[in-house]
Ligand binder design. Structure first.
Ligand code: ADP
Length: 846
């Protein structure tokens, strides 16, 4: 028991306790005289904190001391068998007692012996028998000093130990950090590689479908190709999702705010998921509060991403019923103009800020309350069995949460297990102070007063159609099944139109259509069939003659209005749409002749690139890698080099660096990177390597065309045309002779085609060829005059004033064989033709 306190003192764990260990003393008396021992025992009898041990045989003293670990040793100097001073020496050289205080007991004061004892390591000297108080004081004093020493040593050892641990964990941390850095680097390299690997074949898919869409296709084929393109785009979205997640995680996601149409955004997403919903017989529907402006400014790609995820999940986890998207406004504020934005037109055009509340409600499996908190955490699904059944990465909602927050809102869920879920999110969006609503939000005089019967079991769709119909001025009655509908018709109520669902609970829609036709009240009413968009297309079930028009679910209000007007043979108020797809400028190569080199190791990408360039009128040479690029440049001068970044043998970055080293700026082609790496910083890398521009794969026709338009003029600008100032944008009056146009308009049409239309078509077909001939004979006076004259004559009939003026000038130069100023005039002519063409097309379609 006696050694316990001391042991506790040296325990480093104890050492870290806030309180010092209990003070406890152990005295070892080594003396052959029992009387001395008894005297000491008596002196210490009342001292409860002092333990006492007696050893009469000096030869055993060391072993006993090792065992009991005294805090102080009282030791006689004259003993049989062992000399007292030798014993002191032994204690000092014994590891367990080397620091234990030794008080030497002597029969008399002898300075010599004292000096000797101290020299050998004794700490004190007392003459027998000492005074009780003095003895206790000395025992306490020495014990205390010894215990302090032990304590200090233990503390020191513990300190050393923790210092050592600190050094070790620091070293471990440094190496972990190093590994982490390596892993992060490997991760982003991996992402870049994957992005490249996936985007390369995607480039083929997107490029080829783009080309296919530019060929003559039947409506059905066009539909298929468009679906392929939509799917390819969706796949790209997923790839971007994965990249996005890592970008969001590292705080590198950048938003891209642009004006967009909210309805179009929702409809696109719903169309993407419509076939999946149709496969499961789910009703898809959406409602947007009419107060919300048609055009908003936000990051539509990110909004679409959230919607695809939430609606996708809703369809995935719902086996029957419906998925309904609803957009309401949670608030609108007029923003005050921040300092420095007083002249910011983008800001002034969109001064209002809206907080949109978007909900996606389903009637699916629902989510238990206790699992809802996990939903928005990354890589977590509600439970493993759900994942096995439905698949998924568990990343979607985590991305949605971050995106909603980035868009200025938040996301949350309400759900009842077994009954369905509603995911809500908010975003802020800017909007013009007032904007024109879409045509279908306005009352429609041509439909006013017409009576409409809606036969649809889905309450949401009934509500949507009723609300729209009533807004247009129609009187709407509804029936949730075939039986009720027939009962209504049997009452003799006459309807101007009937909308009926193809899939009713009690009756097949087509069979019902036949029955309606048999009723006197329904004999002549146009029937509009509401059907889900099946993946196989509606061709699977041909429409019977009784059906006038079919409408696809999810119902798009614009399409509903269109169908209704067609069914009732009334005029449709259409909105003028801007052209969606960039039109190919087949004339570009002629106006902007360029020598092109395309470097890509992938044969499909080469094919896509070459074909697109061909469509623009160019013939490009091909290189398979960086080395081939350098060889090609040694052989021939090029104006523009389209350079893939990841290629075998020599990659694009290295190739760009070498080109810049070997050829001075004016003598080398303009280098445009084409890369599948879409990570931040890639653009900088390319530009740093000496490239001039960057387009990311999949390369779209429009991107390529605008790159050529951007860089082509830099390369083709010749000294003799340098004085030509940029053509000012020309108004219609300067381009066209309005009186000639007005006269042409008045002329009677032949075969249903107006004179104006016919002449426009003829001119637009023939003029480009003439301009090409003018360009070819630019140095040949007589030929130039001949072709310019032909163009002038053609233009006179149509009143294309500016084109006529310029061809006349060219004709005069040609005749005078003074072709010096001809190239500049030709450039003006080309610009004038492009502008005139746009004007003519507008006129023609009016
Ligand atoms: P995943 O991409 O794997 O679907 P999400 O993050 O989008 O991942 O969803 C995580 C989990 O949340 C899903 O696996 C599912 O268990 C649950 N969940 C999400 N949406 C719904 C819903 N509408 N109904 C029921 N469960 C849902």
């Amino acid at each position: 028991m006696a050694d316990e306190p001391i042991n506790q003192m040296v325990n480093p764990d104890q050492e870290r306790l806030p309180h010092p260990p209990e003070y406890h003393v152990m005295v070892l008396v080594v003396d052959d005289q029992a009387m001395v021992c008894e005297a000491v025992r008596r002196a210490l009898a009342n001292q409860t904190d002092i333990d006492f041990h007696y050893c009469a045989d000096a030869r055993e003293a060391l072993a006993i001391a090792n065992q009991i670990k005294p805090t102080v040793i009282l030791q006689d100097l004259v003993m049989p068998g062992v000399d007292g001073l030798t014993l002191v020496k032994q204690f000092r050289s014994n590891p367990a007692t080397k620091d234990t205080p030794i008080i030497v007991l002597s029969t008399n004061e002898n300075p010599q012996v004292k000096g000797h004892a101290f020299a050998l390591g004794a700490n004190d000297y007392l003459v027998k028998l000492p005074d009780k108080i003095e003895l206790i004081a000395r025992i306490r004093y020495h014990s205390m000093a010894y215990l302090n020493l032990l304590q200090r040593d233990a503390a020191y050892r513990a300190l050393r130990e923790s210092q050592q641990q600190l050094i070790e964990s620091n070293a471990a941390l440094i190496s972990l950090n190093q590994r982490l850095e390596e892993a992060t680097l490997a991760k982003s390299q991996f992402l870049a590689n994957m992005s490249h690997e996936i985007r390369t074949p995607m480039n083929g898919v997107v490029g080829m479908t783009g080309l296919l869409l530019d060929t003559e296709l039947t409506d059905e084929q066009r539909d298929y190709v468009e679906s392929t393109r939509t799917s390819a785009d969706a796949l790209l979205t997923i790839i971007n999702d994965i990249l996005d997640f890592s970008k969001i995680e590292s705080g590198k996601l950048e938003l891209d705010h642009h004006p967009f149409e909210l309805h179009a955004c929702i409809e696109e997403v719903m169309d993407l998921l419509a076939s999946k919903a149709a496969e499961k017989n789910l009703d898809l529907a959406y409602l947007v509060d009419d107060a919300i402006p048609k055009i908003l400014v936000s990051d539509v790609t990110r909004l679409r991403q959230i919607l695809v995820n939430l609606i996708g999940n809703a369809v995935k986890f719902t086996n029957q019923g419906e998925v309904v998207i609803e957009v309401t406004s949670s608030g609108r504020t007029v923003r005050s103009i921040p300092f420095g934005h007083e002249h910011d037109t983008e800001f002034l055009r969109h001064p209002d800020e809206w907080l949109l509340h978007i909900s996606v409600r389903d009637t699916g499996i629902g989510i238990p309350l206790d699992r809802q908190s996990r939903l928005f955490k990354s890589f977590q699904q509600v439970d493993a069995s759900t994942t096995r059944h439905y698949g998924g990465t568990g990343l979607g909602l985590a991305i949605c949460k971050r995106l909603a927050e980035l868009l200025g809102g938040k996301i949350w869920v309400e759900s009842d297990a077994g009954k369905g879920s509603t995911f809500h999110f908010t975003i802020t969006a800017r909007a013009p102070a007032s904007s024109k609503p879409p045509a279908w939000q306005n009352p429609q005089p041509q439909l006013a007063g017409k009576r409409l019967l809606v036969i649809e079991d889905n309450a949401t769709n009934r509500r949507i159609i009723t609300q729209r119909g009533e807004n247009w001025g129609m009187t709407v009655e509804t029936a949730a099944n075939g039986r009720d509908a027939l009962a209504l018709l049997a009452q003799g109520d006459l309807f101007d139109a009937v909308i009926l669902d193809l899939e009713l609970p009690d009756k097949d829609g087509l069979a019902l259509a036949e029955e309606i036709r048999k009723q006197p009240a329904g004999r002549y009413a146009p029937l509009l069939l509401l059907s889900s968009r099946h993946p196989s297309g509606d061709g699977a079930r041909p429409l019977p003659a009784s059906v006038s028009v079919s409408i696809h679910k999810p119902i798009h209000p614009a399409q509903l209005l269109d169908a209704m007007c067609r069914a009732l043979s009334v005029h449709v108020q259409r909105e003028k749409k801007l052209p969606v797809a960039p039109t190919l400028d087949a004339d570009l190569a002629r106006r902007l002749p360029l020598r092109l080199l395309l470097a890509d190791d992938n044969p499909i990408n080469q094919k896509v690139g070459l074909t697109v360039l061909n469509k623009l009128g160019y013939h490009a040479d091909i290189a398979n890698n960086g080395l081939e690029v350098l060889k090609a440049l040694e052989r021939k001068a090029y104006d523009i080099l389209f350079l893939d970044v990841q290629m075998p043998e020599m990659d694009g970055l290295e190739a760009a660096r070498q080109i810049c080293q070997r050829w001075p700026a004016g003598k080398r082609p303009c280098i445009i990177a084409m890369t599948g790496n879409a990570l931040m910083g890639d653009r900088e890398k390319c530009l740093k390597a000496g490239m001039d521009d960057y387009i990311s794969k999949p390369v779209r026709i429009g991107d390529l065309q605008s790159a050529l338009q951007r860089w082509g003029p830099v390369k083709t600008r010749k000294p003799d045309t340098a004085f030509v100032t940029r053509p000012k944008s020309t108004s219609a009056d300067n381009l066209l002779d309005q009186s000639t146009i007005a006269e042409l308009r008045k002329m009677p049409p032949s075969n249903g085609i107006s004179m104006l239309q016919e002449l426009v078509d003829l001119f637009l077909e023939a003029a480009p060829q003439r301009i090409a001939q003018i360009s070819q004979s630019i140095n040949d006076g007589p030929m130039l005059a001949f072709h310019a004259h032909a163009l002038k004559s053609m233009g006179l009939n149509l009143g294309v004033k500016r084109v006529v003026q310029l061809s006349q000038k060219l004709e005069e130069l040609g005749r005078a064989r003074n072709v010096h100023g001809a190239p500049a005039l030709l450039q003006e002519l080309e610009t004038a033709f492009t502008q005139t063409k746009a004007q003519l097309l507008t006129l023609r379609n009016q």
